[in-house]
Design a protein around this ligand. Structure first.
Ligand SMILES: *Cc1c(COP(=O)(O)O)cnc(C)c1O
Length: 481
């Protein structure tokens, strides 16, 4: 395969080299050896254009998506994303940019990244930023690696533990473990917040940081955040914030003001990139002054009217993504922030909070609410009452599909029995919230009147019940031809 290696890119730099592969070398300029040439014509299925167009059109209609209706997946922030941002990301100069283009040719792209970074720093009240991480989890790993570098740099080598509340998203312990830390669980109190006594009893000189989601995954603001911050910093530990729920805070509260040291932002949740199908995301990390020296390289610098990549950060943890991250996700976020402006951003988070609380008020008489607290942009309720009448949360949300709605997040957070985590987002209208609430209430009624109908749902979807664990348990990523 040697011949296929690009030795030089147009700029004269070595582009990349492919590993040597153990396959027969074919010179693409010569004729294909006879043994590889098909002896009989290939039987390709033949269909007319209209048949294939209809086929894919029909398939596309089987999908549920945010343009069909409410998509209340808690923790995921499945809001509608303005088409203008898609259009911006599709502009030729952005979409077809090559990562090896010289800095002088990509001043616009560098300016965009620089300004987006500044905007994120300003929105969160922090001091520095990296745009590289490809998603929230990658941001967590990046943040934890910086925290690790900070402690090691100070000669503080004992800190091998990360504290994580029991309501946390699974990526938090996973990221900390991959970064080499032991995980210590912190309990939640009866109000759904971090149990301060339990936290304090676990803070010691082996703790590197606490990873905290705020508002937490129960949709509740950690109002003791300043007590938490003080306890950590006094003991030499740092505060990592999971910013997946930033949709509730932007324009209202700045994590930098409550002492956060590192925070990832899921641009694909809060700042307008469609997601859900595993498409590219971006998880920029903003940091406090303490962590500035450890930010990934390159940083984007602006001096004398010129934007450039700055690799001169001797204590940097290095690179965490090829090139500069998922650039087109950054374009969407930039466009979104500039389009909304300061006022629009406040309306976003206020609207998200209002919608969640309005929806909660519509269903509060029908479900159990384990925490009697003000909700932020999402709320958690329990299907315990329904389960006592013989129908599980899973069966209930399958029935919701028959009513034409996507199900909310279920069985997360783990500390709530039969959990339903509902996040309507700011882009839903009053009418759609009311229709969604009516569907939930109707299902609650069906549990008494016709429980079998609910237990055997869904009845109207293209596929009925699939075994959602089978593929993960019987992993087969190899195609045997
Ligand atoms: C989505 C989410 C994450 C992980 O983010 P990804 O972008 O999916 O990697 C982490 N924490 C919380 C609370 C989340 O909701």
């Amino acid at each position: 395969m040697e011949k296929l290696i690009f030795e030089k890119s147009h700029s004269g730099r070595r582009a990349y080299s492919l590993p040597k592969m153990d396959v027969e070398t074919i010179n693409i300029n010569e004729e294909i050896p006879n043994q590889y040439v098909r002896q009989t014509p290939c039987e390709l299925p033949e269909v007319s254009e209209i048949e294939i167009a209809r086929h894919f059109q029909r398939l596309s209609h089987l999908n549920y998506n945010i343009e069909k209706g409410v998509y209340p997946l808690g923790s995921c922030t499945m809001k509608y994303n303005p088409k203008a941002n898609e259009k911006a990301a599709g502009l030729d100069g952005y979409a077809n940019i090559h990562p090896f283009m010289p800095e002088s040719h990509i001043q616009g792209a560098l300016q965009l990244m620089y300004e987006l970074g500044q905007d994120l720093v300003n929105i969160t009240g922090m001091s520095g930023v990296t745009l590289q991480p490809a998603a929230g989890a990658a941001g967590e790993f990046t943040g934890i690696m910086m925290i690790r570098a900070y402690h090691l740099d100070r000669g503080d080598t004992k800190r091998n533990k990360i504290l994580i509340p029991d309501s946390a998203h699974g990526t938090n312990p996973a990221s900390a473990a991959i970064a080499g830390f032991q995980i210590v669980n912190v309990k939640s109190d009866e109000h759904g917040r971090v149990d301060i006594d339990d936290l304090k009893s676990k803070i010691n000189d082996e703790v590197a940081a606490l990873m905290l989601t705020n508002p937490n995954t129960l949709g509740i603001f950690e109002k003791n955040i300043c007590v938490i911050e003080k306890a950590l910093h006094e003991a030499g530990a740092l505060l990592y914030m999971d910013g997946a729920n930033l949709n509730a805070l932007i324009g209202i509260a700045q994590p930098g003001k409550f002492g956060v040291d590192a925070l990832h932002i899921n641009l694909h949740k809060t700042f307008s990139t469609p997601h859900g199908g595993g498409g590219p995301g971006a998880g920029p990390v903003v940091v406090s002054e303490r962590l500035l020296p450890y930010l990934p390289v390159p940083q984007i610098k602006f001096a004398d009217g010129i934007y450039s990549f700055d690799y001169d950060l001797p204590k940097s943890i290095g690179k965490v993504h090829t090139f500069y991250g998922n650039f087109l996700v950054l374009v969407r976020a930039y466009n979104y922030i500039k389009m909304l402006g300061k006022e629009g951003i406040v309306r976003t988070s206020s609207g998200a909070i209002l919608n969640a609380n309005y929806l909660k008020s519509l269903v509060k008489d029908y479900f159990e609410f384990p925490f009697d607290e003000q909700s932020m942009h999402e709320f958690v309720m329990s299907g315990d009452r329904q389960k006592k009448r013989g129908v599980t949360t899973m069966e209930m949300v399958k029935r919701l599909l028959d009513y034409g709605f996507h199900a909310p997040t279920v069985y997360f957070p783990l500390i709530v029995h039969e959990a339903l985590l509902v996040e309507p987002t700011e882009t839903e209208t009053i009418e759609s919230l009311e229709e969604f609430a009516q569907a939930l209430i109707a299902i609650d009624k069906e549990i008494d009147e016709n429980p079998e109908l609910v237990k055997s749902a869904p009845h109207t979807t293209p596929v009925r019940r699939i075994n959602d664990a089978y593929a993960a348990r019987n992993l087969n990523v190899c195609w045997k031809g």
